[in-house]
Design a protein around this ligand. Structure first.
Ligand SMILES: [Zn+2]
Length: 451
């Protein structure tokens, strides 16, 4: 199966010429453009986009003359512009009949009938309603509209399209901000490609249920000014195993996907077993956004073990309890929390990725045992907790993201214990950073890669 991305932007495209936000202004200045999301499957299926898809194809010099089937944008509240479908059908009087598939509400908006859209018979067009249990066969493709739900009161019900090509390649097209748990694919194995409007929020569930496997290509669509532009978008998507190719990109699908494991357990692996574990340190000042950045890095994992090193909330400390509660509320379902400072034990086990929040509190808990005069292990003292942590960190087979505080750049602490803590944390940070695959500094909410 060959996917041509005719557009990857929102309705109206990005940048929005009416909008003066930094994203749109920056996109205009850089001369980049994402047309409304639409794709061409081989040369046969045109998915999404509506009338704009034809304009996008024309600009990309992509012909639509072989298209056999149009899958209308699967949102029930968008009425169909029937004029462009008539033009499409009449432009090729000797060509195949054009099959138009869309949600029943959309087709009836425009008076669509089995004979043609708009209430008038159009011999070159046949309409098929995309009911939730429909299995539609067109030109060797099997198209199953899958019911999806969202919290949006204006559009609570919609469809995702499940497409199987003549060669067995499978595709999920889910352009809405829908609850992924309501999308129930029929195949029982990972798709070759999924196109999602909000992969950061949707991937964890889809991976947990085996809908997305390690070989599935995850393409972000509907990218507008709410998404960061340029390299930051690619960075955010790469860390969750997704991508945002430019309009006009052609994706060749059909490599083998994971076979389901026949052991009765969920099929999705916790992480991609074919790559080595990633160890990441995220540092920053207080309220810099470092914890949120660390959490976003693991947001698309089916399971995460959140390691709180703070220990129990001191009795009567309402402010501390509120902080802990706010952090906990931000964690997605599928995450479990453990409160411990025994990090080497966790690093030595196998299991889902760890999010360690944070090394600052770990340092505080071990302050009396830490060497503050130099690198760990320099004294050969096997009781040094930092030496034990680094050894476990280096040999761990888990993905790990650890959060820490960047201290020492401000005023010198007035107390001796404050200066000792500052020195110890600086040494812990530098020592762990040296054993990391990636190190990030978050300042005013903006992550910068240091390593
Ligand atoms: Zn904008």
């Amino acid at each position: 199966m060959r996917l041509t991305l005719l557009g990857t932007g929102p309705a109206g495209g990005w940048p929005d010429p009416w909008c003066r936000c930094a994203s749109c202004a920056g996109g205009r200045a850089a001369g980049v453009r994402r047309e409304p999301t639409a794709l061409l499957v081989d040369d046969a299926l045109l998915v999404g986009g509506g009338p704009a898809a034809a304009g996008s194809a024309a600009r990309l010099r992509v012909g639509l003359d072989e298209v056999r089937c149009v899958l209308l944008e699967p949102r029930s509240h968008d009425p169909v512009d029937v004029g462009w479908l008539r033009r499409a059908a009449r432009a090729r009087p000797d060509g195949p009949v054009l099959t138009v598939i869309g949600p029943p509400a959309q087709l009836s908006h425009s008076g669509g009938t089995a004979d043609g859209p708009g209430g008038r018979s159009e011999p070159r067009i046949r309409c098929l309603a995309a009911g939730p249990d429909a299995v539609l066969e067109v030109a060797g493709y099997t198209i199953r509209p899958l019911a999806a739900r969202s919290d949006d009161p204006g559009s609570p019900t919609a469809f995702a399209y499940d497409v199987t090509g003549p060669d067995g390649t499978t595709l999920l097209y889910a352009p809405g901000p829908w609850d992924p748990a309501t999308i129930d694919p029929p195949t029982g194995r990972p798709y070759h490609a999924v196109l999602l409007a909000d992969p950061a929020a949707q991937l964890a569930d889809l991976r947990r249920r085996g809908v997305v496997g390690t070989a599935t290509r995850v393409v972000a669509i509907g990218l507008g000014h709410d998404a960061p532009a340029g390299p930051e978008l690619a960075r955010q998507l790469a860390r969750i195993g997704a991508e945002a190719p430019a309009d006009g990109t052609v994706l060749a699908l059909g490599d083998p996907v994971d076979e389901p494991e026949d052991d009765g357990r969920p099929r999705a692996p916790a992480t991609d077993r074919r790559r080595p574990p990633r160890r990441v340190l995220v540092t920053g000042g207080a309220r810099s956004g470092k914890s949120a950045e660390a959490e976003r890095r693991l947001a698309a994992e089916p399971e995460v073990l959140y390691v709180a090193t703070a220990g129990p909330v001191p009795a009567g400390d309402a402010e501390w309890a509120a902080r802990v509660a706010a952090h906990r509320d931000r964690r997605p379902p599928g995450w479990t929390t453990i409160e411990t400072t025994d990090l080497p034990a966790l690093l030595g086990e196998t299991g889902p990725p760890l999010l360690i929040d944070c090394l600052t509190l770990w340092t505080s808990a071990h302050l009396d045992e830490l060497e503050t005069s130099g690198a760990p292990g320099a004294s050969g003292d096997s009781g040094d907790p930092l030496a034990a942590l680094v050894a476990a960190w280096r040999s761990s087979r888990r993905d790990v993201v650890a959060v820490t505080n960047e201290v020492g750049a401000g005023i010198v602490p007035t107390t001796a214990v404050g200066r000792r803590f500052r020195d110890a944390l600086g040494i812990v940070n530098a020592t762990i950073a040296a054993a990391c695959d990636e190190v990030w500094l978050v300042t005013v909410g903006i992550p910068q890669r240091l390593r």
